[in-house]
Design a protein around this ligand. Structure first.
Ligand SMILES: Cc1cc2nc3c(=O)[nH]c(=O)nc-3n(C[C@H](O)[C@H](O)[C@H](O)COP(=O)(O)OP(=O)(O)OC[C@H]3O[C@@H](n4cnc5c(N)ncnc54)[C@H](O)[C@@H]3O)c2cc1C
Length: 384
């Protein structure tokens, strides 16, 4: 069965637990969706797209400020049936990032606040600084600012908002080990926006606190080229700090199942890291068990805040460069998962540095070497 954005499967949330210790300032959650009887198939390395829901209290507060009954029925262009405006705002529309068409429309609505000039001078201004500030307003924040003093037609309001888009999560399980389940690892995000208010990430907070166990969540699998080598005897090097551990948990489960069936597998090497070992060693017991059983040949750890000098996965890679280069020279596959803007760049630069030192490559040759690995699918990234 193929599910998609327009035809998602409603998967009950089966299990959730926080992976960090109480004292950690990070909140990473392990969640399990029940996909039995769905016909969903997936492979290690695929992602799952999850339709989040907006915060229930914020949605109710928006309708209270607008004096609109939550039961008011509205049409959405991408749904066949009418639904309540509460369901539309909670489940289908984005109420945090508001498009220009919303601001233009709001500017035309009479209020007791000089919205017209606020919108024209700030929101629709060409000054980027003004825009950052003004466009930080969520629907609830702007309604509070104008104290709900605007009269809106429910159908018009919903027509001015964007569709709430699904978020992708790397699948953290193997279908061989969990036929009827899909596991994910979610880092809860929040930041202080330009107005100075705390803004919680929609999907990560919904998954971590908003959804109840047993609640149906709309999902679909997104196929990925990020995959184990077709030859199970190939050696693999996995670099996955933080939530980047997700697909590698799936890879290791898959290789465990292969061994249990009597298949031969190659060696595997995992570089994992986070802030503190005592609280942020995600899946510590499982990883140590994979190491103990030999599924994981090498496990190298980098906990950045356990010592004065910060140590990251790229530092561990550099320390072990001679052995690592030997693995790569003999055909190992290298995988990176997690933070795209910093970690993946630093790891790639370290790989280049190693190629230059140990193979005497020029920078261009090192780039060319990594490109040839990529072209042969021996260097794969799942970064975000
Ligand atoms: C292929 C892929 C795989 C992924 N796998 C995983 C995974 O396994 N685990 C995981 O946790 N995530 C994963 N992600 C990221 C995930 O899809 C979501 O982006 C993440 O959970 C945040 O979504 P959210 O709805 O909670 O936040 P949103 O509501 O979307 O808010 C996040 C947005 O807030 C803004 N923002 C955030 N911080 C700041 C700041 N400091 N200042 C200003 N603006 C800011 C940014 O615009 C950012 O895009 C993956 C993404 C991709 C593309």
């Amino acid at each position: 069965m193929t599910y998609s954005k327009d035809n998602p499967f409603t998967a009950p949330l089966k299990f959730r637990r926080r992976l960090n210790g109480q004292a950690s300032d990070k909140n990473v959650q392990h969640l399990v969706f029940d996909v039995s009887n769905s016909g969903i198939s997936y492979k290690c390395g695929d992602s799952i797209a999850v339709f989040p829901k907006n915060n229930e209290n914020e949605t109710a507060e928006i309708l209270r400020l607008l004096k609109i009954s939550p039961e008011t029925q509205v049409n959405l262009p991408f749904l066949d049936e009418k639904i309540s405006i509460f369901a539309a705002l909670r489940e289908y529309l984005c109420i945090t990032n508001l498009p220009d068409q919303f601001w233009k429309w709001l500017g035309e609505i009479e209020t007791n606040f000089d919205m017209g000039s606020f919108i024209n001078n700030k929101i629709l201004s060409s000054d980027p600084e003004c825009q950052v500030l003004a466009k930080s307003y969520s629907l609830l924040e702007i309604l509070k600012k104008i104290d709900g003093h605007c009269k809106v037609e429910p159908s018009e309001l919903v027509s001015k908002l964007r569709r709430l888009m699904p978020r992708l999560y790397s699948i953290a399980s193997s279908p061989l080990a969990n036929r009827n389940e899909i596991h994910i690892v979610v880092g809860v995000v929040s930041h202080i926006n330009a107005i100075g208010n705390k803004r919680n990430g929609i999907a990560s907070n919904y998954l971590a606190h908003g959804a109840n166990i047993g609640e149906g969540i709309r999902v679909f699998v997104v196929k990925s080229m990020f995959a184990l080598p077709t030859n199970a005897e190939s050696n693999i090097i996995m670099v996955g700090p933080g939530t980047g551990i997700a697909p590698f948990r799936g890879f290791l489960q898959e290789r465990q199942c292969m061994v249990d069936k009597g298949d031969k597998i190659g060696k595997s090497w995992l570089f994992f890291g986070d802030r503190n070992r005592a609280t942020d060693f995600l899946f510590e017991e499982e990883l140590q068990a994979f190491k103990g059983s030999g599924i994981l040949t090498n496990l190298d750890l980098a906990f950045s805040r356990d010592q004065e000098n910060k140590i990251y996965v790229q530092d561990r890679i550099w320390e072990h460069r001679k052995e690592l280069w030997l693995w790569i020279s003999k055909g190992a596959y290298i995988y990176i998962c997690g933070n795209a803007s910093k970690m993946a760049v630093d790891v790639e630069n370290t790989l280049k540095k190693i190629a230059m030192e140990l193979s005497n490559f020029t920078e261009d040759e090192a780039n060319g070497f990594l490109k040839s690995l990529k072209d042969n699918r021996r260097y794969q990234k799942d970064v975000y």
